[in-house]
Write a protein that binds this ligand. Sequence first.
Ligand code: BG6
Length: 294
Amino acid sequence: SKGVNGLEKVVLRESRGSSAEVYLFGGHVTSWKNDHSEELLFVSSKAIFKPPKAIRGGIPICFPQFGGLGSLEQHGFARNRFWAVDTDPPPFPVPTSSRAYVDLILRPSEDDMKIWPHSYEFRLRVALGPGGDLMLTSRIRNTNTDGKPFAFTFAYHTYFSVSDISEVRVEGLETLDYLDNLQNRERFTEQGDAITFESEVDKIYLSTPTKIAILDHEKKRTFVIRKEGLPDAVVWNPWDKKAKAMTDFGDDEYKHMLCVEAAAIEKPITLKPGEEWKGRQELSAVPSSYCSGQ
Ligand code: BG6
């Protein structure tokens, strides 16, 4: 169906009422709703749905480069290319029980080969589980015929919707090492308790557990992120000054979002011709009262 500015999108609906929307531009998830029709992802009210600018919010895909350190544009180019629906995907090792899914594919154009001279197939499956969980599986294959390996970094740049950033805690990253993007990626060790927020944060946590939780006190909701093949996790909130500097982001919107991004950054993934890498994230949103330990 058609989304903002006539851009094509795929809408997924699961029988109990949850839903998701995926734009072919960017292979970008822009909506994930639970069975009460509550939006769980943040998309800026100022988001510009106009290629080639990536959509501000939802789940942009950062590939083949996370961040701005490298030869490519910030966060690579996958998030501002047009993906295609993959009508004949090869079988997935883990079958999806739900029928609410879509398979997308990205292959390099001739122009892309000029800026990143590698041939690949990037298959993305977006699926809604029976309980409304949102699952993203990326499979990237090196299809170079020149015998050359390639290396890339990657992130699911997920923008979660939260009621009030100052009431939010992240659990699962305590005592870990991180690279601070605000200090030239210098390495530090996180001290103490769960992570809370009172100023700009832009950190790459290294070798994290496979499960991370975002506790939203006010909404009485906990997001659980489970990831595979993605050792790192980026935590980002622009806070007031950076928010004002972004044209596609409202001045006060930083209060209502938090990016926690399942990623592979510190150690780039290298693929030889014919090799395939898989990276998965599974998101669930549960009422806090049902969570143990609270
Ligand atoms: C985060 C980065 O993942 O994305 C930040 O760690 C960056 O450094 C942010 O500012 C947003 O990036 P962009 O390119 O979408 O404005």
